[in-house]
Design a protein around this ligand. Structure first.
Ligand code: 4NP
Length: 156
């Protein structure tokens, strides 16, 4: 099976996209599929470059056994060539990704909510602690569905 490389993207890379990356790493570990997938996450904006995730995200990832080492970074041109899928959390992320894609981009740009038929992952940054956990639960469900899609596409 070919390796599938996926980059999760949000505005700051300290809340939603690290929650998505943590959920993806955990689900792949549970299914013993680590060698078939590679995940990372990035921001459309550079505000939090070099920071780790928001402390509320740390607490949620810990609770769900999904912690991983993380340093926030902004997306770069090479990402559009090296990842198969780049998944944004809302329409603004997707528009930003489309607008900044280099001419030779090969990644597929989609909303992470596509398996639900679309919609946005609301930013928990401006909300209470529970919002962060709720966001993780939503993303874990979505990524489980994406894994089924990617595995089906790779079936011999
Ligand atoms: P994220 O949340 O895009 O889910 O990482 C945000 C984090 C920080 C900011 C905005 C959104 N900010 O404006 O600093």
């Amino acid at each position: 099976m070919a390796q599938t490389r996926v980059l999760f993207v949000c505005l700051g890379n300290i809340c939603r996209s690290p929650l998505a990356e943590g959920a993806a790493r955990k689900l792949v570990r549970q299914r013993v599929l680590e060698k078939h997938f590679e995940f990372d996450s990035a921001a459309t904006a550079g505000y939090h470059e070099g920071e780790t995730y928001d402390p509320r995200v740390d607490a949620v990832l810990r609770k769900y056994n999904a912690l991983f080492p993380h340093t926030a970074r902004q997306i770069r041109d090479a990402d559009y060539r090296s990842y198969h899928w780049i998944l944004g959390m809302d329409e603004e992320n997707l528009l930003d990704l489309q607008r900044h894609a280099p001419a030779d981009a090969s990644a597929r740009l989609e909303l992470v909510t596509k398996p639900w038929g679309g919609g946005r992952i609301t930013d928990p940054y401006y909300q209470d602690d529970w919002a962060c956990e709720q966001t993780y639960i939503e993303l874990e469900d979505l990524i489980g569905r994406w894994l089924d899609i990617w595995l089906q596409a790779n079936a011999p």
